[in-house]
Design a protein around this ligand. Structure first.
Ligand code: ADP
Ligand code: MG
Length: 312
């Protein structure tokens, strides 16, 4: 915490202006949120930690926007419309007021873009690196949350955007690969939540891809009790050199969506995505044999040592 300002002062100056109606000006012990009439609430929480998900010198406004967006990406995967969020901050004593100001500025910017507001949170000091947590709240029609478990054998597997850029962006920021226009670094720092893409009448199962495509696909398959076969060459990548193939299949931080679409719905789904200007690509199919198979251009199975990012 900064010397001159205690946490209450900090909250009042930086976060109170961001509070929505249920946030009660951040003056009460808790917030109050009436669900929109006839809707169910969808809740998700994601934390980001300095040194793991962002770098110590990353601009605080971008850190704030990434924090919101990784959560909005989860809501997008569940077909939910974003509504509000709660925010927990643990920062070292002495974190500058300017850092909090720019952090709050970033939150304000994305609150506008995504029509959400702050309901409350908690602020503590920590002997460790900055740790930030958002609990995001969205809403869906009754029974309309799209789960990981709805896929059936024979569904088409689709992804949004390009896969692997988040991991490449981290390498670019570290100076390990060239990124003259800074495009890959931007992908790492500022994911684009694909809100509006998952339509419960078109998509049977969905999840956001944050820990590596192959590992995440494995999670969706287990939840749905199906297997999958995908074609490495069809996975959309912004750098198509062979050495980045495995990186793109297993690298984290993409925040794109993975979706299982019934074969009869695929043309409608494609048209729906086109109308929203969101690129989608069919990368394979689900099938009855358990496990995830990744085939190369010649139809041979690729064996991947690491299937994705693991914290432990
Ligand atoms: P408590 O003593 O119950 O922990 P606090 O003093 O931490 O309450 O919080 C006071 C008010 O400020 C509450 O309304 C809480 O939601 C809000 N608040 C605290 N930290 C944050 C934050 N990082 N973002 C938004 N609201 C916050
Ligand atoms: Mg508190």
């Amino acid at each position: 915490m900064p010397d001159a300002a205690d946490e209450f002062d900090l909250i009042a100056r930086h976060f109170r202006p961001l509070a929505g109606p249920g946030g009660l000006d951040l003056l009460d012990d808790a917030a109050l949120l009436p669900p929109p009439p006839g809707r169910e609430l969808v809740l998700t929480v994601d934390a980001i930690v300095e040194g793991v998900h962002f770098l110590p010198n990353d601009p605080p406004d971008l850190v704030a926007r990434k924090l919101l967006r990784v959560n909005l990406s989860d809501l997008a995967a569940k077909a939910a419309t974003p509504l509000a969020y709660l925010l927990t901050i643990s920062a070292p004593r002495g974190t500058s007021d300017a850092w909090f100001a720019r952090f709050a500025e970033g939150l304000g910017q994305d609150q506008q873009s995504f029509q959400i507001s702050l309901l409350g949170g908690d602020t503590t000091s920590t002997p460790g690196p900055v740790s930030l947590t958002v609990t995001a709240i969205g809403h869906v029609g009754p029974g309309k949350m799209v789960r990981r478990s709805g896929a059936r054998a024979g569904d088409g597997l689709w992804v949004s955007g390009t896969i692997g850029d988040g991991a490449l962006g981290l390498l670019a920021i570290r100076g390990e690969i060239a990124d003259p226009a800074g495009r890959l670094a931007d992908r790492y720092r500022l994911p684009q939540p694909r809100l509006g893409l998952v339509d419960p009448s078109l998509v049977r199962a969905a999840m956001d891809v944050s820990d590596g495509l192959v590992q995440d696909l494995g999670h969706l398959c287990r939840a749905s009790r199906v297997g999958a076969t995908i074609f490495a060459e069809r996975v959309p990548r912004s750098m198509s050199t062979p050495e980045w193939l495995v990186q793109s299949l297993t690298g984290g931080d993409d925040y794109e969506l993975l979706m299982a679409v019934g074969p009869e719905q695929e043309p409608t789904f494609q048209a729906h995505a086109d109308r929203r200007g969101i690129p989608v690509t069919r990368i394979g199919t689900t099938d009855a044999a358990p496990g995830v198979r990744v085939l190369d251009a010649a139809g041979r199975a690729l064996s991947l040592e690491n299937r994705g990012w693991r914290h432990f």
